[in-house]
Write a protein that binds this ligand. Structure first.
Ligand code: SAM
Ligand code: SF4
Length: 491
């Protein structure tokens, strides 16, 4: 690359969901093609991007604080380009310029392809210019116009940008049309649009050629996927069958599922396609029918129970995880206890538990007061976390003495921290580190082994557990292309 091609240093900070992680990966890959290099210093960077989340207020506060910290850096280096992209950009738009006037770019979720051009124009302009690229609001045009203003951003992938070389996210749909009353996603990510199956299959083939073994299909309500191509209607079960054929891909998971769209054909596909993991993330959100109705989730606890019974009957070894919101408008102590009862009954593998955060522009904000005190929300959140944790620990204990098949991801979080503390390598020190991976039912498993095992499949004997982790030792591991061998002791 010539000096001319060198566009300086890029810093990017990503908050929020897996969809945001994928968006950042793709934007960084496009900018690297334009000659940018990544840095971890926002102060020194020539371009700073924040990929943002609006689901809860806390996530937005974090970004406004980070922007505030850059005010003087921009004053000292006016040519620094600062951009806000993603959900908050689509939601707040000009408000971002008024709260942080040193921001140059505001780019919504449906306009990410524009980022390289917008940065170039900002940099090349003689006078300071602020640029905004956002999609239409959900009432600002015809369905066609609104849908067209949210572009799915899935350019060719740069293998170096993935968190690990053998795992990748693949977006199969964008947007959401469920309009749960508390949620900003239908306006920040626009109408639900499924990508053509042939395009998805092609993307997965390229990823497999690049060495990817595990793919995670992404969608806000991923099991609502449907697309008609060449006269044939593809739903998620059909798509799974299609991509299951891809040579090199060993594991497929999909998140997040919507309870009402958990059809029998999908459950049968999970049961019958060996590469599809025995894991479903299907948020219940609340255990009280009155609250579910106020949330406009479209199902009752009884409907959810019926779905869980079908899951257990079709895929007995399937694990299920959930999301919950505590302290939603008017939530009584009785209603909260019903949610606790639901956690006891359904024994989720794990649950993501959130305190309700009122979001401007949502139906809940317009219709119901956010009347549960924060101290009560916090207490209910802790009660839920403690209950879920004790259930997870009991269920994890059932695995002690069993073998699980794990795709080794690399050093565990604690091994990474330890490595950061050990600045000097000690001569003769064991090469074995604590590694982590996930089982076929998505449980986190840690064990000692050689870091070179990353990307291979290992059989782990489970010896112990916590509420979040199975702790084990390696029995066998894949030597090459799926064959298994007894592992020599790694030291
Ligand atoms: N589409 C997914 C679904 O419906 O299950 C979830 C998408 S949302 C980004 C992730 C989770 O955030 C939701 O499942 C919900 O529990 C939580 N969430 C959404 N809006 C929220 C709000 N206003 N306050 C607190 N939590 C919220
Ligand atoms: Fe939000 Fe509901 Fe859509 Fe999930 S299904 S993204 S919670 S509106």
């Amino acid at each position: 690359m010539s000096d001319q091609d060198h566009n300086g240093q890029l810093y990017i900070e990503t908050v929020g969901c897996q969809m945001n992680m994928l968006d950042s990966e793709l934007v960084v890959a496009a900018l690297r093609k334009d000659g940018y290099e990544l840095t971890d210093s926002p102060k020194q960077a020539d371009t700073v991007l924040f990929n943002t989340c609006s689901v809860r207020e806390h996530a937005e506060h974090k970004i406004y604080s980070a922007l505030g910290r850059l005010k003087y850096a921009k004053r000292n280096k006016p040519q620094k380009v600062i951009g806000v992209m993603g959900c908050m950009a689509q939601k707040d738009q000009d408000l971002i310029f008024s709260r942080a006037p040193h921001v140059d770019l505001v780019v919504g979720t449906g306009q990410l392809a524009e980022i390289p051009r917008l940065i170039r124009e900002t940099r090349d302009s003689d006078s300071r210019m602020q640029q905004k690229a956002v999609s239409l609001g959900r009432r600002d045009g015809s369905v066609l116009e609104i849908t067209g203003s949210f572009q799915s951003y899935d350019p060719l992938r740069d293998p170096e940008m993935r968190p690990t070389p053998f795992q990748a996210f693949v977006r199969i749909m964008i947007g959401c049309d469920k309009f749960c009353t508390y949620c900003v996603v239908p306006s920040t990510r626009g109408p639900e649009q499924s990508r053509p199956p042939s395009q998805i299959a092609q993307e997965i083939r390229v990823l497999a050629d690049q060495g990817v073994k595990e793919i995670t299909l992404l969608g806000q309500t991923v099991n609502s996927y449907q697309h008609t191509e060449n006269g044939r209607l593809y739903r998620l079960a059909d798509l799974l069958e299609l991509i299951h054929e891809t040579e090199g891909i060993e594991r497929i998971r999909f998140v997040t599922s919507y309870p009402k769209d958990m059809t029998d054909d999908l459950l049968q596909a999970v049961r019958d396609l060996p590469k599809v993991l025995r894991y479903l993330h299907v948020p219940l959100q609340h255990g009280c029918n009155e609250v579910l109705k106020k949330m406009k989730r479209g199902y009752t606890v009884e409907d959810y129970r019926e779905m869980m019974q079908r899951i257990k009957a079709t895929i007995p070894d399937c694990s299920v995880s959930s999301d919950f919101i505590v302290g939603f408008c008017g939530e009584t102590e009785e209603a909260h206890q019903l949610t606790m009862d639901a956690v006891r009954e359904f024994r989720f593998k794990n649950s993501f538990i959130f305190k309700y955060s009122e979001r401007t522009g949502t139906k809940a904000e317009q219709r119901f007061p956010d009347d549960i005190e924060d101290s009560i929300k916090r207490r209910r959140n802790n009660e839920m976390l403690n209950l879920q944790n004790s259930i997870s620990e009991e269920d994890n204990a059932e695995f002690i003495g069993q073998q699980v098949s794990v795709l080794v991801e690399g050093p565990s979080k604690s091994a990474v921290k330890q490595a950061a503390r050990d600045t000097e390598p000690v001569a003769g020190k064991s090469l074995a580190a604590q590694l982590m991976g996930r089982s076929e039912c998505d449980r986190i498993v840690v064990f000692n082994g050689n870091p070179r095992l990353a990307g291979t499949t290992a059989q782990i004997q489970v010896d112990d557990c916590t509420g979040t982790t199975l702790i084990g030792s390696i029995l066998t591991h894949e030597v090459q292309h799926g064959s298994c061998d007894v592992l020599p002791i790694l030291s």
